[in-house]
Design a protein around this ligand. Structure first.
Ligand SMILES: Cc1cc2nc3c(=O)[nH]c(=O)nc-3n(C[C@H](O)[C@H](O)[C@H](O)COP(=O)(O)OP(=O)(O)OC[C@H]3O[C@@H](n4cnc5c(N)ncnc54)[C@H](O)[C@@H]3O)c2cc1C
Length: 624
C-alpha cells in the first residue's frame, strides 16, 4: 500500500516540516481528501460521502460563512452581490471572505491592475457570485467531446448531471407582476420527485429596467427565447438564479455541506490551507498519498499531514488549483526550477490557457421612477425601507440579483468579415459571440458600484447600463507562482483584450449596446434622447479608436476564470485526462473551473456543479 510508510517514500520535497509526526494515524487518514470547499469541492465531497461507505475530508483556507455574521448577511441578500466585487482595492465587508487577488498590469486594459473577486469561504465563489444560472449550448459540449476525445461529455450525456445538482422552482408571477412574464421550459429541469440541495428560481421582483431592455432587444433583432437551459442560448429572457424560492436568499454549494455535515464519514477543516500534495511511489508512477496542511492564520508553515487512502481531489479554483499542482511538483519546468521545487511531472500546460469573459457598456440617465440600483445606493431612506421589506417579507428590489435579464447573439458572417473577426466562424454554429446584461445602475470602470452610484445619484439622477460580454474570447492568460508557498497569492495575468479579434468584437459589442438604447422601446425611460441621456462615456466617444480606448479604461472581468488545468487530450495541451485525472500520476484529480477544456459561453456555475456531480460518479465507479 502506498500508505504503509508514507513518510519514508515521499518523492517530492523531502521530509515534512513537522517533527515527530506519526504517519497514517487513523484520525488523519481518509479515503478521499478534497482541497477547497468551494462550488465544486463541497458538491463533490458531499456526494462522495453520501452512501456512507467512504470517509471524506474537505479542506478550506477560508472560514465557514455560517460563523461570519456580517458577510453572511451581505452574501445572502441577492441585491448585495454588487457590493465588494469591484475592480479597485476599496473593498470592505467582503474582505473577510475573499482572496484579494489582483491581476498584473493588463496591456489590454491600458495597464490597469484589476482586483479579481474570488471566494475564500465555504461555498467558495458561489458565495460571492451574481447567482445567474444558465447552461452551455449543445455545440459547446460537442467541443468538450472533441477536446477530450470522450463522447460522455456531450450535452445529451451530461444533462442529467446538470439536473442532479439542483432543484428548480418556477417564477412566482403573482409576486413578480412582470410583463412580459419570465419564461422557462419545464422539461429542462428535474422531475418534482428529484430534489437536490442547490435551489434555482427567479427573484420575487424583476428589475423595472429589464422589460425595456427586452423590448428594445426584440426591436433590434434579438428575439425573446423561452429558456437558457436546454442547450440553446440565442435570444433574450430573464435568467434563473441560484436562490432559495421562499426567502430569495442566495443558495450556494453550502447547501451540500448542510446535507453532509451530520454524516459520521464526512469531515471538514475550515481555516486550513492545503500547502502541498505529497507523492509516494506506486510502482514507477507517483501517487498522491497525502497533503501537508496549515492550520495557522494566513496559512503560514506546514503544520500537519492528512493522508488519502484512495484519492486527493484538488478543487481550489482556477487560480488555486494550478498553484497547488505547481508547488507540489507538477507544472512547467521553468516554474519548478525558478522556485527550486522537486519535479514530479513536468507539464508545460499547468497554469496556461486561462480563459475568461470581460464586460463593459455605456450608462444612460433614466427615469427615476424605475427604481434602479442607483436609487438603493443614493437614497438611504429607500435603502432602509427595502432592507426591512426584504428581511421581514422577502420582497422588494433586494430580492433581485441586479442583472436579471440576459441576451445572447451571434454576429452574421458578413459583419464578422467586415470587422476582421471571421475567425469566430470556426465556433460551433450555436455558440453566441456576445452576451448582453441588464444592469440598472451606473457602471463605468466597475471600481466600486456602490460608491459610483451613490455619487452619481446624489443629485437625484438615476442610471441604467447594458453590459456587453465577449463570450467567444480569443485572448489567453496564465497563472504562475510568486513563491513555492500557497500562502502567497499566485500571479494572475488574464491578458484580456490582447487578441486583435477580441478588440474588433469589443468595439462592435459597444456599438450594439448603443443600438439597444437607441431603440424606440427604450425612449419612454430615457431622460432626453439616446444621445443626450448617454452619460458614460457620452456621445463624444465615437470613433473606433475612441471606443476601444474607453473599453480598455473600463473593462471588467465577469469573474469566469477557467481552463488553467485543462481536461484535454495531452497533445492538445491537457493537464487532465478525460476522467479529470492528472496526467502522469495516480490518485489525483482536479475538479473545478480550472478543469474546463474550453470556457462555455455565459456563466460557468451550472457547468461546475455538473462537473462535480459527474466527478463523484467517476470516482465512486473507480472505487468499485
Ligand atoms: C463576483 C462574481 C460574480 C460571478 N457571477 C456568476 C454568475 O452570476 N453565474 C455563474 O455561473 N458564475 C458566476 N461567477 C463565477 C462562478 O461563481 C465561479 O466560476 C465558480 O464559483 C468557481 O467555482 P470553483 O469550484 O472552480 O472555485 P471556487 O468556488 O472559487 O472554490 C475554490 C475554493 O478553494 C479554496 N482554496 C483555494 N486555494 C486553497 C488552498 N491552498 N487550501 C485550501 N483551500 C483553498 C478557496 O478558498 C475556495 O473556497 C461569478 C464569480 C464572482 C467572483
Amino acid at each position: 500500500s502506498p500508505l504503509a510508510n508514507p513518510i519514508g517514500s515521499i518523492i517530492n520535497g523531502g521530509t515534512p516540516l513537522v517533527p515527530n509526526l506519526a504517519p497514517a494515524l487513523s484520525n488523519n487518514t481518509f479515503d478521499y481528501v478534497v482541497l477547497g470547499a468551494g462550488t465544486a469541492g463541497l458538491t463533490l465531497a458531499a456526494r462522495l460521502s453520501q452512501d456512507g461507505k467512504s470517509s471524506v475530508l474537505v479542506i478550506e483556507a477560508g472560514g465557514d460563512i455560517d460563523y461570519n455574521a456580517v458577510p453572511k448577511e451581505f452574501s445572502q441578500t441577492p441585491g448585495g452581490d454588487v457590493v465588494g466585487c469591484g475592480s479597485a482595492d476599496s473593498d470592505f465587508i467582503q474582505n473577510d471572505i475573499d482572496w484579494g487577488y489582483k491581476t498584473v498590469p493588463q496591456a489590454g486594459a491600458n495597464n490597469r491592475r484589476i482586483r479579481y473577486a474570488r471566494g475564500k469561504v465555504s461555498g467558495g465563489s458561489s458565495t460571492r457570485n451574481f447567482m445567474l444560472y444558465q447552461r452551455p449550448t449543445i455545440g459547446t459540449m460537442d467541443k468538450w467531446v472533441d477536446l477530450t476525445g470522450d463522447q460522455s461529455w456531450s450535452f445529451k450525456n451530461t444533462i442529467n448531471f446538470f439536473k442532479r445538482s439542483m432543484t428548480f422552482t418556477p417564477p412566482n408571477h403573482a409576486l413578480r407582476q412582470e410583463s412580459p412574464a419570465a419564461q422557462y421550459d419545464a422539461s429542462n429541469w428535474g422531475s418534482s420527485a428529484l430534489t437536490a440541495p442547490l435551489q434555482v428560481t427567479f427573484p420575487h421582483l424583476p428589475q423595472n429596467f429589464s422589460k425595456y431592455m427586452q423590448l428594445s432587444a426584440n426591436e433590434v433583432g434579438t428575439p425573446t427565447t423561452q429558456s437558457f437551459n436546454g442547450g440553446v442560448l440565442n435570444g433574450i429572457q430573464y435568467a434563473p438564479t441560484t436562490m432559495d424560492p421562499k426567502f430569495n436568499h442566495r443558495s450556494t454549494s453550502h447547501a451540500f455541506l448542510d446535507d453532509a455535515q451530520g454524516r459520521s464519514n464526512f469531515h471538514s477543516y475550515f481555516q486550513t490551507y492545503a500547502k502541498r500534495i505529497i507523492f509516494t511511489k506506486d510502482g514507477n508512477t507517483p501517487r498522491a498519498s497525502a497533503v501537508t496542511i496549515s492550520t495557522l492564520p494566513n496559512g503560514i508553515l506546514e503544520t500537519d499531514i492528512v493522508y488519502a487512502r484512495k484519492e486527493v481531489i484538488v478543487s481550489s479554483g482556477a487560480f488555486g488549483s494550478p498553484q497547488l499542482l505547481m508547488v507540489s511538483g507538477i507544472g512547467p519546468q521553468a516554474q519548478l526550477q525558478k522556485f527550486n521545487i522537486t519535479p514530479v511531472v513536468i507539464n508545460e500546460n499547468v497554469g496556461k490557457n486561462m480563459q475568461d469573459h470581460i464586460f463593459f457598456g455605456p450608462s444612460y440617465k433614466v427615469d427615476p421612477a424605475l427604481k434602479t440600483f442607483t436609487e438603493l445606493a443614493a437614497n438611504p431612506v429607500f435603502l432602509a425601507t427595502q432592507l426591512v421589506n426584504y428581511t421581514a417579507a422577502a420582497l422588494g428590489p433586494l430580492t433581485n440579483n441586479v442583472a436579471d435579464m440576459l441576451a445572447w447573439e451571434r454576429i452574421d458572417p458578413v459583419t464578422l468579415a467586415s470587422i476582421g473577426a471571421s475567425k469566430l466562424l470556426t465556433y460551433p454554429s450555436d455558440w453566441p459571440f456576445l452576451e448582453a446584461f441588464s444592469a440598472p445602475g451606473a457602471v463605468g470602470d466597475f471600481s466600486n458600484l456602490l460608491a459610483t452610484n451613490a455619487e452619481m445619484g446624489a443629485d437625484g439622477s438615476r442610471f441604467s447600463t447594458i453590459l456587453m460580454a465577449l463570450v467567444a474570447p480569443q485572448s489567453r492568460g496564465t497563472v504562475t507562482l510568486a513563491s513555492k508557498d500557497t500562502s502567497d497569492l499566485p500571479i494572475i495575468d488574464p491578458a484580456w483584450l490582447t487578441d486583435p479579434v477580441d478588440q474588433k468584437v469589443a468595439i462592435y459589442a459597444f456599438k450594439r449596446a448603443r443600438q439597444y438604447f437607441a431603440a424606440k422601446a427604450m425612449a419612454p425611460i430615457l431622460i432626453g434622447n439616446a444621445k443626450t441621456a448617454e452619460t458614460l462615456p457620452g456621445s463624444d466617444v465615437q470613433t473606433d479608436d475612441q471606443i476601444l480606448n474607453w473599453i480598455r479604461n473600463n473593462l471588467m472581468t465577469v469573474w469566469h476564470a477557467s481552463c488553467t488545468c485543462s481536461m484535454q487530450k495531452k497533445e492538445l495541451g491537457g493537464v487532465l485526462d478525460n476522467k479529470l485525472q492528472v496526467y502522469g500520476v495516480n490518485g489525483l484529480r482536479v475538479v473545478d473551473a480550472s478543469s474546463f477544456p474550453v470556457l462555455p459561453p455565459g456563466h460557468p456555475q451550472s457547468t461546475i456543479y455538473m462537473l462535480a456531480e459527474r466527478a463523484a460518479d467517476l470516482i465512486l465507479a473507480a472505487r468499485g
